[in-house]
Ligand binder design. Structure first.
Ligand SMILES: [Fe+2]
Length: 355
């Protein structure tokens, strides 16, 4: 069952994908073991301004690891991952994470049902104090990162996410490998980005390395506002994480979702190699159509008939702004990473204020 708001948004399996055979069936009663995390950090603690915080759907930035899967759930996930292994994408070393899987919800019913499970969605909504639904850009559901080819490379470099809310689920017990630690930066994304882009190292005393007691634990965060990474492995090991994203139904706040379209990189043509890259145009348009519909419904239910001209104009502008932003992004089209990051930072600054 999906929330009525998104029931017609998630597309059916596109051409070119096939369900994997023989995977376990997801069963929430046996596979989940949701236990609240012990610690949290607020956006204020990270140094964000009141203006920024007021424009977010939740004042909470991130949590320490929460148990999500039971032992049986971890076993079922591992069995699914074994079947998914032939689908892992190995992309150029210049990319932030070089081994990953996208579009998992179109090839694994287990991952799809895990990512859209209502108990986990309600759990995440309670943690952040805002109603969430699984992300309407479905490639943001069940993205998986794997150990890179060369262990000298971080499993995932420092970054902040293109989505408002997500969790990082550890698929293996971190005690079984050295390095490969998931890390939070105790600062704003702008500050973290400034440190890394001038070639400096994020100071240790500003980093939290959450302790994951085992496989099946997840860190929930407002990924778009939390600068984070996964450090290099110190030895070759099996390591995987599953990232699942959510979007808030609170449409009074600006949408933190961003996307980008990338140009071919040398001989590696993303569109040819990855159908998900090609699908991103329609996916972004569909997400925007959903958001616009939610915003227009909100206008219909809240704008009184005696509203003055400014109030009516502002309400319409607010509803249309997400569509205008998507049109701008689509008009600009495929970009190299640096250009795409520039666009993203400008759009964020327009919406959330400068730091
Ligand atoms: Fe991330």
């Amino acid at each position: 069952m999906s929330h009525p708001s998104v029931v017609d948004v998630f597309p059916d399996q596109p051409d070119g994908y096939e369900w994997i055979d023989g995977e376990p069936e997801f069963d929430a009663s046996r596979h989940l073991q949701l236990e609240a995390p012990e610690e949290s950090w607020s956006l204020a603690e990270l140094g964000y301004s009141e203006t920024f915080i007021e424009r977010q759907a939740s004042p909470t930035a991130m949590f320490s690891p929460a148990r999500m899967l039971s032992d049986e759930g971890v076993t079922a996930l591992h069995e699914t991952m074994r079947l998914l292994r032939p689908h892992i994408r190995q992309v150029p070393d210049s990319h932030r994470a070089t081994g990953y899987l996208r579009g998992t919800v179109f090839i694994s019913r287990f991952i799809r049902d895990l990512c859209r499970n209502e108990d986990i969605t309600a759990f995440a909504s309670d943690l952040f104090g805002t109603p969430l639904v699984p992300h309407t850009m479905v490639y943001q559901q069940g993205h998986m990162n794997f150990a890179p080819r060369h262990i000298s490379k971080p499993v995932d470099g420092w970054h902040y996410d293109f989505v408002g809310f997500d969790y990082v689920l550890m698929c293996h017990d971190p005690a079984t490998y050295k390095g490969g630690d998931f890390k939070y930066f105790l600062g704003t994304r702008e500050e973290g980005h400034a440190i890394v882009s001038r070639g400096d190292t994020i100071p240790d005393d500003r980093v939290v390395t959450p302790h994951f007691p085992g496989a099946g634990y997840a860190c929930f965060m407002q990924g778009s506002a939390v600068y984070h990474c996964a450090s290099p492995l110190e030895e070759t090991a099996e390591r995987a994480s599953l990232v699942n994203a959510y979007v808030s139904l609170d449409v009074t706040k600006p949408d933190p979702t961003r996307t980008f379209f990338i140009t071919p990189e040398g001989p590696y043509d993303w569109i040819e190699k990855e159908p998900e890259t090609k699908h991103r145009y329609a996916e972004y348009a569909r997400h925007t159509a959903w958001l616009g519909r939610e915003k227009l419904s909100f206008l219909l239910s809240t704008l009184p008939l005696d509203a003055d001209r400014d109030a009516a104009l502002n309400a319409l502008r607010e509803a249309a702004s997400c569509i205008e932003r998507a049109i701008e992004t689509l008009e600009i089209g495929p970009q190299h990473f640096e250009k795409m990051e520039e666009l993203r930072r400008r759009q964020d600054k327009d919406l959330f204020g400068g730091e």
